[in-house]
Each structure stands twice: as C-alpha cells, then as structure tokens.
Ligand binder design. Sequence first.
Ligand SMILES: [Ca+2]
Ligand SMILES: [Ca+2]
Ligand SMILES: [Ca+2]
Length: 279
Amino acid sequence: MLAIRPRHRKAVALATAVALAGLAAPSLTATPAKATSATATTTAATTTASDYDSTYYRDAIGKTGDSLKSSLHTIISDQTKLSYSAVWNALKVTDQDPADSGNVILLYSGISRSKSLNGGDTGDWNREHVWAKSHGDFGTSTGPGTDIHHLRPEDVRVNGVRGNKDFDNGGSGFTDSGGSLTDSDSFEPRDAVKGDVARMIFYMAVRYEGGDGWADLEVNGSVDNGSSPYIGKLAVLKEWNDEDPPDAFEQRRNQVIYDDYQHNRNPFVDHPEWVEAIW
Ligand SMILES: [Ca+2]
Ligand SMILES: [Ca+2]
Ligand SMILES: [Ca+2]
C-alpha cells in the first residue's frame, strides 16, 4: 500500500526538489493524488491521506455539501489549542525552510529568514493571521486567533501591507512582495502559495461555525468585509485552490500540526476536491 511505484518516485523527487527550491509546482497539477500523498510520507509520517479516509475522515467519506461540511466541522473541532505565545515556537517547526533548518519561509514574500528574528521590529518576522483577525474580531486569545492552521510567519512590514484585506486577483508589487500583489481593497499572494491561502481560509470557515463564543466564519464574494466575520472572494479562492494543489511543504505542515500540536487536520490539504464539494 505504501510502496511507491517508480513512476511516482520521480514525482516525489520532483515535488521535494520543488519544495526545496521554494518554487511553484505547476507540474504537480497532473500528479496522481496517490503520489502527492506519498510525498508527505517522505517528509513526515508513515501514513497517507488515503489511510485517513478509513480513520480520521471515516464519518465524512461519501458526503457532500452541507452534510460534508458539518461532518468535517465535528471531526476537526476535536483539537488541542495553543496559547498565542506558544505559536512562535510552533511556527519555527511548521514553517521551517526545508533547505535551512535555522530558518522559516515567510508566506507571502517567500523569503527564508532566521527563526531567531521573530518579533515586532523592522526586519523581524511575526505571526500573520491569514484569516485576518479583525474579520470576526477574534483577536489573539486562545481560539481562532491562535489556530496555527492559518497562522504563518511573515515579514513585519509585509504583514502590515496585507493588513486585513480580503483576497482577490490584481494590484501592484511592493518591497519584498516576492510576487504578491496588492491594491486598495485586496491582496493577491504569490502563485506558489495561492492554494495554501485558499485552503487555510476554507479550513477556518469549516472549523468555526459559531460555537464556543466565536463568530461563524464564512467565505463570501466581497472584498469590503471589514470587521464582519467573512473573507472574500469565494470564486477567486476556489480558482487558487485548483491552480496551486498541495505540495510537499504544505502536506508536511499539515502532518506536523496533526502529529505534534493541534492533533487536527486541514481536510482541504488532504482532499482539495472537497472545496468544490462544499462550495
Ligand atoms: Ca482589489
Ligand atoms: Ca502551494
Ligand atoms: Ca463557518
């Protein structure tokens, strides 16, 4: 079951090389799901996504639409929660540069920067909330504001450029943008992380359904959501999920969070097709 056929070894090697280079992996679009699953096993655990179908995802398999969303909500809500201060050290592990264990990769800029430069000064990296924390006003107390499935290292200034903007195509580059773009009302991540961003947003929409005193986070078609518990644009995020399928870095990240931190998974990293099944 876990044996990798020769044709897939090439795909794994490619995926790993691409991940090490920190580049986009358009060629992975055509990679069989089995091969990308095997990629995760080379960097993290000995299980594959398909193994989780009969265990972790057992109650969700075969469902679609609201029924699938509801089932996944129940499954992924069983988790360990981190304090905001614990997030620093977690990100040093989840977002470690595959080519330099002393560094993390910054999400939007793609820069590899020393783990020790975490902080709030110019040149530091800090904790970017991909689901902007003002959208639902959940802040940084333990809960959605400390859920590392959507927390990523980012340059302090670049984090400020993104601010609490919704996601959409278009705009201009900026210092250290790494190919990411922005305009007055939206932010477009660089190509290599477009799908990562989309799957983090979809995770948040399923994980947070109005329980435990937190807002019901949802995806909509707007770019002017302000402090409402919404993030747009749905159609663009769905496109990004298709254009940039999960690679070795993203799969390893999901596995590390599951194994060592929160003990829950982002279902859309394991099954990106579930985005279309729900939305
Ligand atoms: Ca815009
Ligand atoms: Ca990606
Ligand atoms: Ca929700």
